[in-house]
Design a protein around this ligand. Sequence first.
Ligand code: GTP
Length: 390
Amino acid sequence: MEALVPAWTYVLIALAILVVLAVVAAVALALRTPRGKATPPAAPTRDVTPPPEVETAPEREDAATAPAEAPEVAPEVAAPTLERPEGTASRLVRLRQRLSRSQGALGKGLLALLSRDKLDEDTWESIEDTLLTADIGVAPTQQLVDNLRTRLRVEGLDAGQVREVLAEELLALVDPELDRRLQVSGEDGKPGVVLVVGVNGVGKTTTVGKIGRILVAEERSVLMGAADTFRAAAAEQLGTWGERVGVEVIRGPEGTDPASVAFDAVKQGIEREVDTVLVDTAGRLQNKAGLMDELGKVKRVIEKQAPVTEVLLVLDATTGQNGMMQARVFAEAVDVTGIVLTKLDGSAKGGIVVAVQRELKVPVKLVGLGEGADDLAPFDPRAFVDALLG
Ligand SMILES: Nc1nc2c(ncn2[C@@H]2O[C@H](COP(=O)(O)OP(=O)(O)OP(=O)(O)O)[C@@H](O)[C@H]2O)c(=O)[nH]1
């Protein structure tokens, strides 16, 4: 009997322990569940993706991004104030100074070398290096050095005359006789059509915008065609250029056939009797045959309605020999009639003017001298040589 009592006691104690453990476990579970709820992974997601009705509210307030569903907002938006492009005279004075700043080092370097007391072989080699560094090209450099050597030997010049001789020789290289006028007028009552071609990023769209401004400043009526349908942003960019000076831009959806946009722009230009239609194009170079086909087609399609009066090839002056290779490809694809050299403000290598003209037998007609809206100037050989010589 005595042995049975402690045995039951043990059973009861064991049961009590089990009950206590069960209660502790239940409490622990109950406490863990609310902690988990406090940090749900879904919470941040809900924060960054508000429900649609929350999204639409701020959009309605924003007139600039108001979609077509709020047409009543549109008439309330004030018409943009049109800019007045800078007049020709002040633009040219300003840009000449900028040209001197970027190109002056070449002429000063040459003059310093040519003014040495003794013009030995080392000095002539330095003169050659200076010219080559400025991207003038091998053959023109050789020609310039030969001419200078002969003239300095035969004519026995003083320092002032050396500057004059150098200016004459540089001017001859740049060739002042070439016709650099932009052909922006058409015949038989049709608009002039300017087709602008070049690799992406060289400043093509910017150049179309700047030419538009120059024409507007000259009180010509202009229409632009955004035939760079490869990149939607390019058409938008051109749209902004146009809006600023009240020039309409014809465009198509991204990926449309560029030729159809160009066709439409020229068609509308004829119907509206504008003076000039400017057509921007895409310049993907990854496939030469594709590029030739595309540009050739754009030109052919335009010419069903009106002759293309000017084909401008835009080249970035800072790209040196790479730019020359691009120039060759484009010249094969389409008959280039003029070159626009952009970003001359950011390069001391103005000699590319000489190299590219020689290579393509086409004159440089315009130079880009900055990112400002009116930073485009006609290329004037005398002003250019003056800028070189400071
Ligand atoms: N400093 C300087 N920058 C220029 C000049 N011309 C164009 N740019 C800049 O070059 C950049 C490229 O110009 P875009 O006009 O977009 O070039 P794009 O060739 O049309 O390029 P896509 O639109 O991609 O075909 C822009 O930041 C321009 O502001 C220039 O003469 N000087």
